[in-house]
Design a protein around this ligand. Sequence first.
Ligand code: PAF
Length: 276
Amino acid sequence: MKVVRTVAEMRAARHAVGDLGLVPTMGYLHEGHLSLVARARAENAATAASIFVNPTQFGPNEDLARYPRDLPRDLALLEAAGVDLVFVPEAAEIYPPGFATAVEVRGVTDVLEGAVRPGHFAGVATVVAKLFNIVQPTRAYFGQKDAQQCVVIRAMARDLDLPVEVVVAPTVREADGLALSSRNSYLTPEQRAVAPAIYRGLQAAKALFDGGERDAEALRRAIRAAVEAEPQMSIDYVSVADPETLRELTRVTSQALASAAVRLGTTRLIDNLLLA
Ligand code: PAF
């Protein structure tokens, strides 16, 4: 496994391989990331991962400084998973002095995470556009857990004609349903025990949907009820929206994205399920 730190080294390494799958990450890897690596390996001649805690996607009061980091462990996991190339840039390599450009995807970034975290998706879209240009992958792999991020990146790749296939892979969960996330490491044991309430709420909505319920507010109520049963949790939003436009639905006529963002102590958790 080759570890490269500069754009020039990454470009040179990329040109030595054919079909390349990229798994962009912010590190502190878990099984969700490794499932993306496995998929990338199965579908490409070579696999690359990037590890970069992107400062521009964190708001001023968010967790950039305390975001978990463990580069030696991440590199060992990637090597064991069969990754060929890892790009680990410093912030100054990605955002050198004078850097003045941002990628803004309009519409789908105004709602849900974008409404609570202004500027977040401009940071994500900008760094992912840069990673696509630097690594030049054939395919890039993202987790469905960050459903809105996937919608934004697909829209960006389409609108800017980026020659990358964006692949979205299923959310990986703990046995009790909690979606894997690097931020789960912030949870105290007590908080960890109640965290699966979000998934229970989403499952309750899915059970109603599967039973024929099409009133979006009734589905939202089911999610809220499960979360509100846990007094430690406070809701940022509960949503039943069109999976492509992310606009809230009144009635579900075909598919819907059920999603929620919840605060548990100082940790913010998100999750979603597709109702189809
Ligand atoms: O999902 C993430 O880890 C990040 O948002 C990403 C896509 C690596 C961009 O920094």
